[in-house]
Design a protein around this ligand. Structure first.
Ligand code: HEM
Length: 187
């Protein structure tokens, strides 16, 4: 019989909030650090190093998160009271995963096209290309980042709607504490 739980597994909760911080950090470094800085700036390689390593860490933690999600008991699917919204919610969540993967893929592809592994991690001393926007993958990376910000905003609004509007304690499912539901509780 499947264990009935109120909350997600603590490892999944830890990964969720850690990834939220890392993704917000990657977006902030990208928009406010990298995009605004000319490639001739001597500080750019250091910032690229942080951004690229952070992106790869995000990919690794996302893979672990997916595995933990598949292997551990999950609370019953949340309902909003709007059947059409409830139907698109899983698609939205898969879209989230796909977007983050696409961010890493386009970032990584840009890095390869521009020869960044040697410049940024191996200290080859070669200059950065004049601009990364000559690579279509870089352009896609920028547009996808804007879509990702939209997804994050919608995700936050939905969580607040549950927490404050429906008052169904949805946020508590993604926090630490006793997980088991009493045997009498409805799933
Ligand atoms: C979830 C992961 C990631 C997020 C959220 C993210 C976010 C961003 C953002 C917001 C920008 C600026 C976009 C703009 O203003 O047009 C950017 C630029 C960039 N990112 Fe990422 N990124 C991620 C992963 C990666 C990875 C894994 C790499 C490479 C291994 C990478 C390489 C780059 C490069 C080369 C730029 C261009 C910098 C420039 O044009 O000066 N990114 N990223």
């Amino acid at each position: 019989m499947k264990t009935r739980v109120f909350r997600y597994h603590p490892l999944l909760v830890t990964l969720h909030w850690l990834l939220a911080l890392l993704i917000a950090g990657a977006l902030a470094v990208g928009f406010f650090g990298l995009a605004a800085m000319p490639n001739t700036d001597p500080q750019k390689i250091g910032i690229l190093r942080v951004h690229m390593a952070g992106g790869m860490l995000i990919l690794g933690l996302m893979a672990i998160r997916l595995i933990v999600r598949m292997l551990t008991a999950k609370p019953a699917r949340a309902t909003s009271g709007h059947p059409s919204l409830d139907r698109i919610t899983p698609l939205f969540h898969y879209g989230f995963y796909a977007l983050i993967l696409a961010m890493v893929a386009t970032g990584y592809a840009t890095g390869i096209l521009a020869g960044l592994p040697a410049i940024v991690f191996a200290g080859s001393g070669a200059p950065l290309p004049t601009s990364f926007t000559i690579y279509p993958t870089r352009v896609a990376h920028g547009y996808l980042a804007v879509v990702l910000v939209g997804f994050i905003a919608l995700h936050g609004v939905a969580a607040l709607y549950h927490q404050l509007g429906k008052k169904d304690r949805l946020l508590g499912r993604m926090w630490f504490g006793r997980r088991a539901l009493p045997p009498s509780a409805e799933q």
